[in-house]
Design a protein around this ligand. Structure first.
Ligand SMILES: Nc1ncnc2c1ncn2[C@@H]1O[C@H](COP(=O)(O)OP(=O)(O)OP(=O)(O)O)[C@@H](O)[C@H]1O
Length: 582
């Protein structure tokens, strides 16, 4: 049962009730042919109307009871399967939210969507199937074999032969189907990936006019999905008619043998017709059983994919008892750190990366309320500093310290509550500006939102007709790059955390606006420590200290004046950006 154990525990009463109803329904179905045999042998053959009416009434009663059981199990099946599906989707989403960065790197987002939609639907269908029909088939099949044996044991040997042949076919079809269904699911991932990438890059496609390439790419994955579906379905397409043929041959053999046994008075007509009905019931049960195994194989492939998600490592954290925890929620005063940040001989390489260190022996120290600028060429490891500080990853060597405590000894929530990040890409969400700002502080008042926007030079929002209620499209599509960055900075400010990290967060702003934002941020700095990750010398110069990175190594650390004295790389950056403009 594995990952589904907890859902079974939760829904075991309605689940088992449905199974009970299905079994009763199967029992009612099984009684039908035997009652019919009685009508023929005791009623029609002996011309006894009383017996015909008696067994006829019994048949109506049994069929009616079967219908009532069928309605109950249908209602329970829909309810339980959909509720369990909702729970499973919820658990998957929660897991995805808590993926570690390394975990998130491992499964593509397109594949995660397929797993949350198609694979979960497959599981829902399987649960529904078990409760509605699947359990009925084995009961009907075994019951028919037993009752047919009681009716005429000589004829029943035909049934044993048919069932053995069909069982062999089902096992073969399962073996052949499993890998095909696994391939089918992967093909579905590819379709989702291509659609998702197109939607993200739709403007780029239009700008580059690469419609044809996109269409070709989609056609390829779409065709691949079709081929994989056909290949997966092909097994059952062949097996089903062979099954029909096998049971048909069995039925013909039963009629022939029944006629011969009738001649020597070892079988009577009622038994033979009931026997044939049991054969038909066995056929339909076997077809359903084949379908069950087919669905089972598919569900097994889906379960494996769902399990991969549930087994992913979670975000870095510590057991509660070991963790240094801020004993308050959010950055409320009682849980608030002072904001002292230090790296001590930190070396780090990405888990799935080249293996070479992205940061090597990096050290610096920022006192609370002071500011540090990290400057260096692209790919030098600047953003990685922020990821280590936020504990998206842990350092391989050395220590990352917040208020003198190694972040590895702190609860990851405490670390993140005390740091506000303004990322390189200003990721906004569909909803109003106010809703986006409240990501920083869920109970922020409108006044706080306005103040944060003003500090981020985002007053253009307040001047617009809808103000804070302005609706941002998906990912803030109706704002310019610089406008998005300002809303994103305001979201960082409103969090009012003791440490503010701006990762190249003003790159899309014009020089004048950027200077104003910087001034506003540094004005309130006694309350918070500020880290500017930047490519711009003007930003770096405004900070108390500057760290110069190149290829993950610290090439200089000090004030602007000190670095102008003793750091060649910094001098070069300064000359190219400041003196080069003169
Ligand atoms: N998730 C990852 N897995 C493997 N390698 C990564 C990952 N993220 C970044 N890197 C590598 O780490 C190095 C440093 O990246 P980082 O983003 O820290 O540089 P950066 O200085 O911030 O660059 P930029 O100024 O262009 O934003 C780069 O060589 C990059 O290829």
């Amino acid at each position: 049962m594995g990952i589904y154990g907890k859902y079974f525990q939760k829904y075991k009463i309605p689940f088992l009730t449905a199974i009970f109803c299905v079994s009763c329904e199967a029992f009612c179905d099984l009684l039908g042919p035997t009652l019919m045999a009685r009508i023929i042998d005791s009623g029609i053959e002996r011309q006894d109307t009383g017996q015909v009416l008696h067994f006829g009434a019994l048949m109506i009663l049994v069929t009616g009871a079967g219908a009532v059981f069928a309605v109950i199990r249908n209602i329970l099946a829909s309810n339980v399967s959909q509720r369990a599906g909702k729970d499973l989707r919820g658990d998957l989403f929660e897991k995805i939210m808590h993926f570690s960065e390394a975990g998130a790197d491992r499964i593509e987002s397109g594949s995660l969507i397929t797993r949350m939609s198609n694979d979960t639907t497959q599981v829902i269908q399987f649960i529904n199937g078990i409760m509605r029909i699947f359990m009925k088939a084995p009961v009907t099949c075994i019951g028919s074999i037993i009752l047919a044996t009681f009716l005429n044991w000589r004829l029943s040997f035909i049934i044993y032969g048919v069932v053995a042949a069909v069982a062999a076919m089902i096992i073969l079809s399962m073996k052949l189907s499993y890998p095909r269904f696994a391939v089918l699911q992967k093909a579905m991932d590819q379709v989702n990936r291509v659609v998702q990438e197109y939607l993200i890059g739709v403007r780029l496609v239009k700008a580059f006019g690469t419609y044809e390439e996109e269409e070709n790419q989609f056609n390829n994955v779409n065709r691949n999905l079709m081929d994989s579906s056909i290949r997966a379905q092909m097994i059952i397409t062949y097996i089903a008619p062979i099954l029909n043929l096998t049971v048909g041959i069995g039925t013909a053999a039963a009629v022939y043998l029944g006629a011969r046994l009738f001649k020597i008075e070892l079988a009577n007509p009622g038994d033979i017709s009931a026997f044939i009905i049991y054969m038909a019931q066995i056929l339909s049960s076997l077809l359903i059983i084949t379908n069950i195994f087919n669905t089972f194989v598919r569900t097994k492939a889906s379960t494996q994919r769902i399990k991969e998600v549930l087994d992913q490592e979670e975000d870095l954290s510590l057991p509660e008892e070991m963790a240094y925890q801020a004993d308050g929620s959010g950055t409320g005063e009682e849980g608030r750190l002072k904001g002292e940040v230090a790296f001590s001989h930190v070396t780090f390489s990405y888990p799935g990366g080249s293996g070479l260190p992205v940061l090597e022996d990096v050290s610096f120290h920022i006192r609370p309320g002071r500011s540090l600028a990290v400057i260096g060429p692209t790919g030098s490891g600047k953003s990685t500093l922020a990821w280590l500080l936020l504990r998206f990853y842990d350092a391989d060597e050395g220590e990352v310290l917040l208020d003198g405590t190694d972040v590895r000894r702190m609860d990851v929530r405490t670390v993140r509550q005390n740091i506000a990040l303004v990322p390189q890409k200003p990721m906004l969400f569909s909803g109003t500006v106010l809703e986006n700002l409240r990501w920083g502080k869920s109970d922020a008042k409108k006044k706080e939102a306005e103040a944060a926007l003003q500090a981020a030079e985002g007053s253009f929002i307040l001047q617009a007709a809808e103000g804070l209620d302005k609706n941002l499209g998906s990912a803030g599509v109706n704002l310019s790059g610089g406008q998005k960055q300002r809303v994103s900075i305001a979201r960082g400010i409103i969090k009012n955390a003791p440490v503010l990290v701006l990762d190249d967060a003003t790159s899309a702003l014009d020089a004048i606006t950027e200077a104003r934002v910087r001034k506003n941020l540094l004005q309130g700095r006694q309350k918070r420590t500020t880290v500017f990750i930047t490519q711009r010398c003007t930003t770096a110069m405004a900070a108390d200290d500057i760290l110069v990175l190149e290829n993950g190594r610290c090439m200089g650390y000090g004030t602007h004046e000190e670095l102008m004295e003793n750091c060649r790389i910094y001098q070069e950056i300064y000359q190219s950006q400041i003196e080069g403009r003169r």
